[in-house]
Design a protein around this ligand. Structure first.
Ligand code: UDP
Length: 241
């Protein structure tokens, strides 16, 4: 079967790793995500991953509780390294070769991020997890995902969430909320749709990188997406733009 996407950057929020408790790492969730990723690796898709740190600490909310913002952001970036190591472990447990590359140097733990090295790992069929965000405070891991996707020349940024795509309202609260099949970058920016922050969306817009928002709790969705099935919400340039 032919593939629609040969190289993807998968963005998972830190919450993808925590179970019903909203904090920490549930090994069963890491195992489930690893299984979903294995399905696309087995098809020959090159997979880069950015995982957030929200299940451990978010800079903005920690700062609102009195922590210095920059320190809190560095703590958030370190949280993404913890999550990356958890996901690497789960992937290696099912024999998927995985490398963690960090934007903040910590050689005893992971390789430093070097774009050419990342590309080489991907060509060899290894999954590459980009940890520590962009390495800079005041950014999010969504922006790190957009940046890394562009750097590795991914075909698409696939963002996993807990709902089936982007809705006109929160579907968990409003029964009349409708799911968009497609959206333009400007729709998101103008309407302030909360799917990714404006910095990450505009980075994708400027570099023409499509974004696909899907439900990461649905088994098999990731595989069906790379095979070209219409799932979730696709964000790209408006047809008449
Ligand atoms: N962060 C940062 N710079 C980056 C990426 C992340 O400062 O380039 C910090 C920021 O404080 C953020 C935290 O790391 O709140 C965790 O990332 P994020 O909130 O994006 O995680 P997610 O919501 O995806 O789990």
């Amino acid at each position: 079967m032919s593939l629609k996407y040969n190289k993807i950057l998968l963005k998972l929020s830190g919450e993808a790793l925590c179970g019903d408790q909203s904090y920490g790492i549930d090994p069963a969730k890491a195992k489930y995500q690893a299984g979903e990723i294995k399905e696309v690796v087995d098809l020959g898709v090159q997979v880069g991953i950015v995982i957030g740190g929200g299940n451990i600490i978010r800079g903005l909310s920690a700062a609102s509780e009195g922590l210095d913002r920059v320190s809190a952001d560095y703590m958030g970036m370190l949280a993404t390294v913890i999550n990356s190591l958890a996901l690497q472990d789960a992937l290696e447990n099912i024999d998927i070769q995985t490398r963690v590359l960090t934007a903040i140097d910590m050689r005893e733990v992971a390789e430093p991020f070097i774009r050419r090295r990342a590309t080489r790992h991907l060509e060899k069929g290894r999954v590459v997890i980009f940890a520590a965000g962009t390495g800079n405070p005041y950014f999010t891991t969504d922006t790190a995902a957009s940046l890394r996707a562009i750097e590795i020349e991914a075909d698409i940024l696939v963002k996993g969430t807990k709902v089936d795509g982007v809705y006109s309202a929160d579907p968990l609260e409003d029964p009349n909320a409708e799911r968009y099949e497609t959206l333009s970058y400007l729709d998101i920016l103008k309407q302030g749709i909360k799917v990714m922050d404006a910095t990450s969306v505009s980075l994708c817009m400027d570099n023409n990188l499509p974004i696909l928002v899907y439900n990461l709790t649905e088994p098999g969705y990731l595989k069906r997406i790379v095979q070209g099935e219409k799932i979730g919400t696709l964000v790209e340039e408006a047809a008449d733009a």
